[in-house]
Design a protein around this ligand. Structure first.
Ligand SMILES: [Zn+2]
Length: 255
């Protein structure tokens, strides 16, 4: 009987060890806060225009993004609202692109306001309210909490810093940050696209455009700035810039 018990307990211990070692690791996903739909309806114009099927798709993409990218406050408290808005800014430009993943993004650092100093020289950016890192900051995006909110609160503006930074990541995904998203734009349109960026920058420099003058800095910034405008004020953009609109539809919507 004692031998039997010994064998029994030995087996039990072995089974417990096996269960402990080989337990399937549950991948923790991000759970959207209960009021997420109300928040998105309040702040995100793009979201309010979606039908039931598209809303479900938006929610899935949002959840997937927030489960895979870490969002960390740097002297700033990251609230649910910030997470949802960052997620929305990631989803909006890639909403129509099947199976898109920001494989070049690991973490978003949230600063309280505009930042300065050392990041400027490593990153590339617009009065440093947002930045996509390079070098040791590779795969990291920095955003200011104030700008994240501002981009969504002001619904009549053509600017949205968080979307702007995600456009840079999309541009960068093919290996070069050059204003040409080769993965998304068919080859036959690339030459015309580059021409259009040049023409647009020229119009801005001569004061003949309603586009934010920051776009005239470079083709990279031009692509990011006009994309913000395209997503933030679609109707105005379409009527003011029909050819750019058509190109951006080819890039982001591709229907
Ligand atoms: Zn930029």
């Amino acid at each position: 009987m004692i031998v039997f018990l010994q064998i029994f307990f030995s087996l039990l211990v072995i089974i417990l060890i096996i269960l402990f070692v080989f337990q399937p690791r549950r991948k923790e996903g991000y759970t959207l806060p209960e009021n997420y739909a109300d928040v998105l309806n309040d702040y995100v114009r793009f979201y309010t225009g979606l039908d039931e099927y598209a809303l479900k798709r938006f929610d899935d993409k949002l959840k997937k993004f927030l489960s895979s990218v870490k969002i960390t406050g740097a002297n700033a408290e990251v609230e649910d609202l910030d997470r949802l808005l960052i997620g929305a800014a990631a989803v909006i430009p890639t909403f129509y692109i099947k199976d898109w993943e920001y494989i070049n993004l690991r973490e978003v650092l949230v600063y309280p306001g505009s930042f300065n100093t050392e990041f400027e020289q490593h990153g590339h950016e617009r009065s440093i309210s947002g930045m996509v890192g390079t070098g040791h900051m590779q795969n990291v995006m920095i955003l200011s909490k104030w700008e994240i909110r501002q981009g969504f609160i002001n619904s009549s503006s053509q600017n949205n810093t968080a979307i702007h930074e995600f456009i840079h990541l999309i541009d960068k995904m093919d290996g070069t940050l050059d204003g040409v998203p080769e993965l998304l734009l068919e080859r036959k349109y690339v030459a015309r696209w580059k021409e259009l960026l040049d023409i647009t920058m020229g119009q801005i420099r001569t004061g003949q455009s309603d586009i934010n003058p920051y776009a005239a800095t470079s083709p990279v910034e031009c692509f990011a700035v006009i994309s913000e405008y395209f997503f933030e004020q679609p109707e105005v953009f379409q009527s003011a810039h029909p050819e750019l609109n058509e190109m951006l539809r080819r890039i982001f919507i591709r229907k």
